[in-house]
Design a protein around this ligand. Structure first.
Ligand code: NAP
Length: 307
C-alpha cells in the first residue's frame, strides 16, 4: 500500500514528488512511457523560470526536476496509467504494463494535451509535414517554407524557433491581433523570416503521402486561396487531460478538474489535482510547480488526519 501516487511528470507532478518525498511519504510517480517530462520536453529555451537568469532548455529543466525528486527518494515509473478507481478510502491505480497499485491518496498532475484543428487527414499527415512540436521536428525543415497556426505564446515561440531552420515561416492567425504576451509578439513581428497572415483559418490540408500546402479561408470576407508549404506546425492551445477521471470526479464546465477554492482538493477525499489539468488561466511552468506544492501539502495533511 502506498501513501501517495502521483500521476504525471511535468512541473506540477515533480514538485508534488519533491515535497511529499521530503515529508517522508515515499511517493510513487507514474511518469508516462512516452511523454515523461510533460510539455516542457517539447519546448526550447525557458527564459521565465525564476532562478535561472540565463534561461535554460525545457528538457534540462525537467531533468533537474526529476533529479531533485529522486534525490529525496521518489520512485519513478515510466509507465502509463490506464485506469483508476478513486474510492474515498483506498484508491486503485492500474498501468499499461499490467501493474496494479493501492494507495491512500492520489495526486493528479496529468496536464493538458495539444489541440488539433479538426481538419480531415490531420492525423494521417502528422509526421508527414504536420507537426505539434517545433523542437522535435524543426530540424527536418531546413531551407523550407513552413507555417505556424495560432496566436498565443506557443505559436510565437514556435515561429521564432523555426526560423533557425526554415527560410520562410508564415504565422497564420484567425483574428487581427495576437493573444500572446507583448514580448513574444514583438519578437515574432520583428523577425524578418516571419510573415503574419491575419484573419485567416486553414480550411483544408493538401498532399497525399505528405503535406504540400493548405487552403486558407479569410475569416472576414470568406475568400479562399491556396498556399504551398513543406510543413505546418499547429500551436492552437491545449485541453486538460481528464479522460482517466472524467466519470469519477467533478469537472468544471470547460472540463478542468474542479478543486475546492485555492486548494487542490477534488470532489473525492484523498484525491488531489494540480497543474494544467486544473488551470484554465495561467498555465505556466512556475504556476504548475506552485500548484504541485499545494497538492503535496494537502495530501500530507490529509494523510496525517486519516492516520
Ligand atoms: P493559448 O494561449 O490558448 O492560445 C491559443 C491560440 O490558438 C489563440 O491565439 C487562439 O486564437 C488560437 N486557436 C485556438 N483554437 C484554434 C483553432 N481551432 N484554429 C485556429 N486558431 C485557434 O495557447 P498556447 O499558445 O499554447 O499557450 C498556452 C499557455 O502556455 C498560455 O498560458 C501561455 O502563456 C503559456 N506559454 C507560455 C510560454 C512562455 O511564456 N514562454 C510559451 C508557450 C506557452 P484566439 O486568439 O482567437 O483565441
Amino acid at each position: 500500500m502506498h501513501d501517495v501516487i502521483i500521476i504525471g511528470s511535468g512541473p506540477a507532478g515533480y514538485t508534488a514528488a519533491i515535497y511529499t518525498a521530503r515529508a517522508g511519504l515515499k511517493p510513487l510517480l507514474i511518469a508516462s512511457s512516452v511523454e515523461a517530462g510533460g510539455e516542457l520536453m517539447k519546448t526550447t529555451e525557458v527564459e521565465n523560470y525564476p532562478g535561472f537568469p540565463e534561461g535554460l532548455m525545457g528538457p534540462d529543466l525537467m531533468a533537474n526536476f526529476q533529479a531533485q525528486a529522486e534525490r529525496f527518494g521518489t520512485e519513478i515509473l515510466m509507465d502509463d496509467v490506464v485506469e483508476v478507481d478513486l474510492k474515498p478510502t483506498i484508491k486503485i491505480v492500474k498501468t499499461g504494463n499490467g501493474k496494479t497499485f493501492e494507495t491512500r491518496s492520489v495526486i493528479l498532475a496529468t496536464g493538458a494535451a495539444y489541440r488539433e484543428l479538426g481538419l480531415p487527414r490531420e492525423k494521417e499527415l502528422s509526421g508527414h509535414g504536420v507537426s505539434w512540436c517545433a523542437t522535435c521536428d524543426g530540424f527536418f525543415f531546413r531551407q523550407k517554407t513552413i507555417a505556424v497556426v495560432g496566436g498565443g505564446d506557443s505559436a510565437m515561440e514556435e515561429a521564432n524557433f523555426l526560423t533557425r531552420f526554415a527560410d520562410k515561416v508564415y504565422l497564420i492567425h484567425r483574428r487581427d491581433s495576437f493573444k500572446a504576451s507583448k514580448i513574444m509578439q514583438e519578437r515574432a513581428l520583428a523577425n524578418p523570416k516571419i510573415e503574419v497572415i491575419w484573419n485567416t483559418e486553414i480550411s483544408q490540408l493538401h498532399g497525399e503521402a505528405k503535406l504540400t500546402g493548405v487552403k486558407l479561408r479569410n475569416t472576414v470576407d470568406s475568400t479562399t486561396k491556396d498556399l504551398e508549404l513543406d510543413g505546418l506546425f499547429i500551436a492552437v492551445g491545449n485541453d486538460p487531460r481528464v479522460w482517466l477521471v472524467e466519470n469519477q470526479l467533478e469537472l468544471s464546465p470547460e472540463k478542468f478538474i474542479k478543486v475546492d477554492g485555492r486548494s487542490s482538493r477534488t470532489s473525492i477525499s484523498g484525491v488531489f489535482a494540480c497543474g494544467d489539468v486544473i488551470d484554465p488561466t495561467y498555465r505556466q511552468a512556475i504556476t504548475a510547480a506552485g500548484s504541485g506544492c499545494v497538492a503535496a501539502l494537502d495530501a500530507e495533511h490529509y494523510l496525517q488526519d486519516a492516520h
